[in-house]
Design a protein around this ligand. Sequence first.
Ligand code: AMP
Length: 285
Amino acid sequence: MAALIRALRSSSSSSYYTNYFIRRSLSTAASTTAPPLKSEPFTPFMDTKGKHVQWVFLGCPGVGKGTFASRLSTLLGVPHIATGDLVREELSASGPLSKQLTEIVNQGELVSDEIIISLLSKRLETGEAKGESGFILDGFPRTVRQAEILGDVTDIDLVVNLKLPERVLVEKCLGRRICSQCGKNFNVANINVKGENGNPDISMDPLLPPPQCVAKLITRSDDTEAIVRERLRVYYEKSQPVEEFYRSQGKLMEFNLPGGLPESWPKLLEALNLDEYEDKQSAAA
Ligand code: AMP
């Protein structure tokens, strides 16, 4: 991890990166990583002693990257690092960057690579101090430049690209609620979308909060319809090329979500060859 942070810091031509980021934390992680994923079918690292994961989750806003990355992080014992969460923490801390960040986020635009790499570097350093290794990144990289910087400093084993039709994405973002106390994500949307172009229908039941969270639910300020549509536009323009970047490296695993969490989670585990691993972990618990 330490080497990864150092590498990120020095990976950019700008002195900002040189002085800040990733070389330290990402390169150490790379030195202990399992063999990189090369081809289908995916065979996950499954080194029982020091299992190591360096994964990226891609996908449009609202697709559920956070939900699935967080569940996998618990299952595999690696940190789930969501750059959107880092940005929101910075906003709520009301530090020097918060006014500038609020404007950018509430317009649905991307924060500069420098700022995001600075936030990620700090997060990696904190994790390193706690002895973390490996990661599941969610929301990073979001531009080809970010992907190149990451690729310069470490090996990514696998990139999971989650997919849902655009109508579902908008409804999911508008239905998203977060408990301001425990931080858990819920969704009040009841989604039933007819499949188009031969694709199956998609139904998702609401994911309702337990009684203790009901009065504490908040909505993200960037989950209004206008901002969600702008975030989708920004995704297609700036982040979709990242899919091709990893596809050309043979690291991209496309995953069309078949429905909500109950249907999708077992299918995702199966696609990752982790279904038996989860059974073993549950049995051991
Ligand atoms: P998210 O929670 O991933 O939807 O991110 C919320 C907001 O944080 C985004 O709309 C961007 O403004 C900002 N953000 C998060 N990750 C990145 C990134 N890798 N690059 C640039 N901006 C980001």
